[in-house]
Design a protein around this ligand. Structure first.
Ligand SMILES: [Zn+2]
Length: 395
């Protein structure tokens, strides 16, 4: 089993690049997934004393070369951290550690602040505060160029694209104030994007987008403000061909983005992303399976999550059915990480279940495990993870 670890360039900058990478290699880990850019974060590190890194709107953390980009220019956080990225690339090559670019795609509030027309737009017309839309051509140009810039400067082994498919409408709301019940149906419909690019795609496909948007908003309002009656409303929506086509188009925009990145840098590096779609309950299993398959074949590797065994089995089965099945990789998040927030995730990630969870992941064909995340964990946790990996049975 190959192992990698996610890590932050700010941790490497603070701890010393050579020392940190030496420790990672010393654990037997074979590659780093180094954040090239990032979303808003408050990250507490127990390494080198206690340290908090805070960034409210996200930024770019490598020395991106602004001249080669289009309208969206990279917002570089600081020369110190960007410099650590370059040093890490050099040091990784020197000691034989693989270098993966952990690349955030759509969850980039700083882009949405600088270019409001790139924002996701919620069905009722307000812009998302969290991110941008994959259907926007400037967003695509930016992300593809970001990857090409990294590939040209550093010789990347793998582009691990995070959050390519449409994220939920309320992702990372700031101190959210939503005191009403939002039914599953209302949530699913709220994930639709009505930005200028999505509307143009819908119109080009022959959809009366204004009428569709009005129907979607009426249903969301009826579910939230009126009496929830999801079953009846969902049955009516299942007959709405324009709605199905519009939702599918939103997911396909993300698949196209993965394909564009692979077309640009795929000759030199693997390209992977998470296989999760937001409209399964709306589209039905068959149509959603087709989207997942499109997603699998757009890149050259697929990233799973150890804590999502049912999703992993589905994606592994779909992957096995494509002409050239892609290698499967999986993220492992420990119980102490604050990104594990739901009770189900905590129950699944208990240390006593660690080996069982990792074995289940290996059993669906995963041959690369990625520990989240070096700077956030004490060394003892890294050792426990590596010991568990060493005990896995690989048939
Ligand atoms: Zn959109």
């Amino acid at each position: 089993m190959r192992t990698t670890t996610y890590c932050y360039p700010w941790d490497l900058a603070r701890l010393g690049v050579a020392r940190a990478l030496g420790e990672i290699a010393g654990h037997g880990i074979q590659a780093i997934d180094l954040a090239a850019n990032y979303h808003p974060i408050d990250a507490l590190s127990p390494r080198g004393g206690v340290n908090l890194f805070s960034d409210a709107r996200g930024a770019v953390y490598f020395p991106a070369r602004a001249g080669r980009y289009g309208r969206i220019k990279p917002l570089i956080h600081s020369p110190e951290i960007a410099g650590a990225w370059s040093l890490a690339a050099e040091e990784a090559a020197r000691i034989g550690l693989g270098l993966n670019s952990w690349t955030i795609t759509l969850f980039q509030p700083w882009i949405r602040d600088a270019h409001p027309d790139c924002a996701r737009v919620l069905p009722w017309g307000d812009s998302s505060g969290s991110g941008v839309c994959a259907a926007n051509p400037d967003v695509r140009t930016y992300i593809v160029e970001l990857c090409a810039d990294l590939a040209d400067q550093f010789g990347i082994d793998l582009f691990r694209l995070e959050g390519v498919l449409p994220h939920t409408f309320d992702l990372d709301w700031l101190r959210p104030r939503a005191l009403v019940r939002i039914s599953a149906l209302a949530r699913t419909l709220s994930n639709l994007c009505f930005c200028g690019s999505c509307k143009a795609r819908g119109k080009a496909a022959g959809i009366d987008v204004s009428a569709l948007q009005a129907r979607v908003v009426r249903t969301i309002e009826a579910e939230i403000v009126g009496e929830p009656n999801s079953d009846e409303r969902a049955a009516a929506l299942a007959l709405d061909a324009d709605l199905m086509a519009f939702a599918e188009s939103h997911a396909r925009a993300s698949i196209e983005l993965v394909g564009e990145v692979a077309a640009r840098v795929g000759h030199a590096a693997r390209v992977s992303a998470n296989a999760i779609t937001p409209y399964r309950s709306l589209l039905g299993d068959a149509r959603d399976d087709a989207l997942l398959t499109g997603f699998i074949t757009a890149g050259t590797q697929v990233d799973l999550n150890v804590l999502n065994p049912a999703g992993n089995r589905l994606v592994a089965a779909l992957n096995a059915a494509v002409e050239s099945p892609r290698p499967l990789s999986a993220l492992y998040v420990t119980i102490r990480n604050p990104t594990v927030t739901s009770a189900a995730q905590v129950a699944e990630s208990g240390v006593d279940k660690m080996l069982q969870n990792l074995q289940a992941t290996a059993d669906v064909g995963v041959r690369e495990l990625s520990l989240y995340n070096y700077g956030l964990l004490p060394d003892a946790d890294v050792r426990v993870f590596m010991e568990a990996v060493g005990q896995l049975r690989l048939d």
